[in-house]
Write a protein that binds this ligand. Structure first.
Ligand code: SIN
Length: 532
């Protein structure tokens, strides 16, 4: 493959969105009538983790609920690191964004009176999760957004395009992407006035994940390489109840099952959460995940027992989980489901302001790749799809309000990376990195493990057959490991065996690229409270 990319310039005022999950599609729709091009590695609607989301949308829409209560639960789950102004926006604007989806024809579950049926998930103080077809919210929302995007005149969708690097112009503005057309096998340089990353998360960096394996944090890596600030990379959320049936990625058993009363039990039937938290199965997710891991580690096993709480209603209420259980030879109506924690969601990512803007002009981030600060150290269940909608809409509004200046692209600094082969990461490197991330940067961390991991990652960069896929995967792993090593405390999803206590003052980790090489500079930033 040639080191020199073909140029594929879009009109000067165009907007590029990388990623076609819920964040990317919703942002694109909200940008109407401005011309938008969406790049997606998979055929539209077929890739990414959005479609797999089982939980739903947390929004204060029910009787007795309010944005203030939702805010309070979000802040409590986030273990001192939730940014107040961002979470305030999320909880106040959430209901209007759910209404937007309803107007697009997306059908959510309703009761006999036609009112939205609201479910409960861990650490929510009231019923506020909007579901679709039981456990198929992600699929329903994606189907509706896909239909709308396909018929929107302002949106061009380019499938089977994988991005490898962000382009910067002479003034340091992000001005598009370098990409590969994976059908033609050619490299492209696609320029745009505004570039929006909606590339999703990074569970695929871990041996056990509920995400598609190719979700390996490439968007965050490319943003950091281009000079954008990354925030709180160390906070990776593990879902406590992935099916432990030897499948990669691991199928999820939604938290809504515990919301319905399903119990976590050991092999001998004892309650696994006894003594760990007063809210038992509905304790914050990090606590439940560590409880499940400890029970497995002690040889007692971990099982989700839905027999009494859900029983024969299982297939109707949770068709996706039911199907995954049956494929694994388990009947959840009559037997407990073996479960284990799995990497599920990245709270950290590209640091953004309240309108999706990154620290680099021309670069925006929405959805899981972004770090708005609303999740803090531990995301409240079902806040992520809502975040994608709320901040996607705000990003679109801010871009629309922009000044319309045009930019030129200087490619001279990009040639070195372009000599890397573009094929996906060879399995051997990815497999060994995923195992090391699980062991050393997973649910329990310490200085020694993280130091060893960082040494291994640095050695892997020097491997002779490294591809651009490997390279971006290693950068993402390095950002997480370096930030985890630097945070000498335990907080939310980040648990250090050698620093088990909270520090007195919570701070965000800010990661910058300190030079032209791959050295990471880490500093602290104070948490914004609502009154600031
Ligand atoms: C779940 O359904 O348990 C996942 C929901 C979420 O991750 O927010």
């Amino acid at each position: 493959m040639s080191a020199l990319p073909a140029t594929d310039d879009l009109p000067d005022d165009s907007i590029l969105i990388v990623g076609a999950g819920i964040a990317g599609l919703f942002t694109a729709l909200k940008l109407a009538p401005r011309p938008v091009t969406i790049l997606t590695a998979a055929p539209l609607g077929k890739g990414g983790s959005s479609t797999w989301a089982q939980g739903g949308l947390a929004a204060a829409m029910g009787p007795g609920d309010s944005p203030q209560l939702h805010l309070r639960d979000t802040v409590a789950a986030g273990a001192g690191l939730v940014d107040g102004p961002a979470a305030d926006i999320l909880t106040k604007e959430g209901a209007a964004r759910v209404e937007d989806l309803i107007k697009l024809g997306i059908e959510f579950d309703t009761d006999a009176h036609g009112r939205l049926k609201l479910g409960r998930e861990a650490a929510h103080s009231c019923d506020r999760i909007v579901h679709a077809s039981g456990d198929q919210a992600g699929a329903a929302i994606m189907a509706g957004l896909t239909r709308a995007a396909q018929s929107a005149e302002h949106i061009t969708i380019r499938e089977r395009i994988v991005i490898e690097e962000l382009l910067r112009d002479e003034a340091g503005h992000i001005a598009g992407v370098l990409a590969v057309d994976i059908v033609k096998g050619t490299r492209l340089m696609i320029t745009a006035r505004e570039t929006v990353l909606a590339t999703g998360g990074l569970g695929g960096l871990y041996a056990v994940t509920t995400n598609p394996v190719r979700a390996q944090g490439h968007g965050m890596s490319m943003a950091w390489l281009a000079g954008a600030e990354i925030m709180d990379a160390e906070f990776v959320q593990f879902h406590p109840t992935a099916l432990d049936v030897g499948v990669d990625p691991a199928p999820l058993a939604t938290e809504a099952l515990r919301g319905e009363g399903a119990l976590l039990v050991t092999r001998d039937g004892g309650r696994l959460m006894t003594g760990l938290h007063e809210d038992m199965e509905l304790a914050p997710r990090d606590i439940v995940a560590r409880g499940v891991a400890a029970s497995i580690g002690a040889g007692d096993g971990a099982f989700l027992d839905a027999r009494a709480a859900v029983g024969t209603r299982f297939e109707d209420m949770f068709p996706t989980v039911y199907d995954a259980c049956r494929k694994a030879g388990i009947d959840p109506v009559s037997e407990p489901i073996p479960v284990a924690p799995a990497a599920h969601y990245h709270m950290g990512g590209v640091r953004t302001g309240l309108n999706g803007e990154s620290s680099l002009p021309g670069l925006w981030a929405v959805g899981e790749v972004a770090c708005t600060g609303i999740h803090g150290a531990n995301r409240l269940a079902s806040n992520s799809l809502l975040e994608a909608l709320v901040f996607g809409a705000r990003t679109a509004a801010a871009i629309t309000d922009g000044d319309g200046e045009t930019r030129t692209v200087d490619v001279s600094q990009l040639m070195q990376r372009l000599t890397l082969p573009t094929k996906p990461a060879p399995d051997a490197l990815a497999k060994s990195l995923r195992a090391k991330m699980a062991a050393q940067a997973g649910l329990l961390r310490d200085d020694r493990g993280l130091t060893d991991l960082l040494g291994d990652i640095d050695r892997d960069f020097a491997q002779p057959d490294i591809t651009s896929g490997n390279f971006n995967m290693l950068i993402a792993a390095k950002l997480i490991a370096a930030s985890a090593k630097n945070r000498q405390e335990s907080r939310g999803a980040h648990m250090r065996a050698d620093y088990p206590a909270h520090s007195a003052t919570p701070t965000h980790s800010i990661l910058n690229r300190s030079n032209a090489g791959l050295d990471i500079e880490i500093s602290s930033r104070s948490v914004q409270t609502s009154s600031e």
